[in-house]
Ligand binder design. Structure first.
Ligand code: GMP
Length: 282
């Protein structure tokens, strides 16, 4: 059975259906330090990754490693408290297995959050960027989660990615952001995916910004590709947890502690934004 195959995903989805009555229409993937959203889920059923067949394990500090099923704003949902990354050593097909499992469970919309470095000089730490589009560097180098035999039960061989981040949900995010008084820190831009785990050199940050990226991280793009392939709607937010170093005179150094700390400070507002969007979503 190949990684991420229909059969493998079905075993996992059948197991999950047997362990919860929740039939999620929405999946939320929580980024580094942003798992707090799961606490707002009503009547939670918590399933640990270690108990779920075929699931990888979370190895990164700040990722709890569990699925939380329940209701958010009256909608049945599943929340991934902890996602998987290339730098943990997982093949990209394994990283994205949960997305296909959610599809088989009936999920139609995926909301993803992440922590990211701000490349755009106009961005400040604590800004929240609505992802308009991505640049998938591992994918360009051949490490795309859809590489391998294509299973038409999920989607077509060559899926379109020019509409990957749902326009209506992006517009709604700005409307909601304005109502909540978040306009000052709510941005919209392009997220670039790297493999990690080393943070970027100064030359890399300059290159990434010059090619059109506003924020840089090590996640999200893989999951969005797989979600779009099987026809799910995607919406994603980056919390700018640190400013990318673009200047050789700077004394700043990217570090994971700062990433988690920023998450704590802005998390409540991000949760409010996401849950208001969920309330209004069709
Ligand atoms: O702190 C590292 C974690 O947060 C990784 O999982 C990254 O996805 C994300 N992250 C936060 N800030 C940055 C950054 O400046 N560069 C990159 N590549 N990833 C970041």
């Amino acid at each position: 059975m190949s990684l991420n195959s229909y059969e493998e995903c079905k075993i996992t989805s059948d197991w999950l259906k047997a362990h919860t009555d929740v039939r999620p229409v929405l999946a939320i993937v929580c980024g580094s330090g942003l798992g707090g959203l799961a606490k707002t889920i009503k009547d939670p059923v918590i399933l640990k990754y270690q108990d779920i067949p075929n699931f990888p394990q979370s190895t990164v500090h700040g990722h709890a490693g569990q699925l939380v099923f329940g209701t958010l704003q009256g909608k049945q949902c599943v929340c991934m408290q902890g996602r998987f990354h290339l730098y943990e050593g997982y093949p990209v097909q394994k990283i994205t297995l949960p997305i296909r499992v959610f599809k088989l469970m009936g999920v139609q919309t995926v909301i993803l959050t992440n922590a990211a470095g701000g490349l755009n000089p106009g961005y400040r730490v604590g800004d929240v960027m609505v992802i308009r589009d991505h640049i998938n560097m591992p994918g360009m180098a051949g490490n795309n989660p859809l590489a391998g035999l294509n299973d038409e039960r999920f989607g077509v061989r060559f899926p379109c990615m020019s509409d990957a981040y749902d326009r209506k949900l992006r517009e709604m995010a700005h409307e909601v952001g304005e109502e909540l008084g978040f306009s000052d820190f709510l941005k919209e831009g392009v997220y670039v995916v790297l493999g990690g785990p080393s943070f970027e050199t100064i030359a890399e940050c300059r290159m990434l910004h010059s090619m059109g990226a506003d924020a840089v991280g090590m996640s999200t793009g893989h999951e969005v590709i797989v979600a779009r392939h099987c026809g799910m709607r995607c919406f994603a937010l980056s919390l700018i947890s640190n400013q990318s170093v673009m200047d050789y005179t700077s004394k700043e150094k990217a570090n994971h502690e700062e990433v988690l700390e920023t998450g704590k400070e802005r998390a409540a507002q991000m949760e409010q934004l996401v849950s208001t969007i969920v309330a209004r979503m069709e």
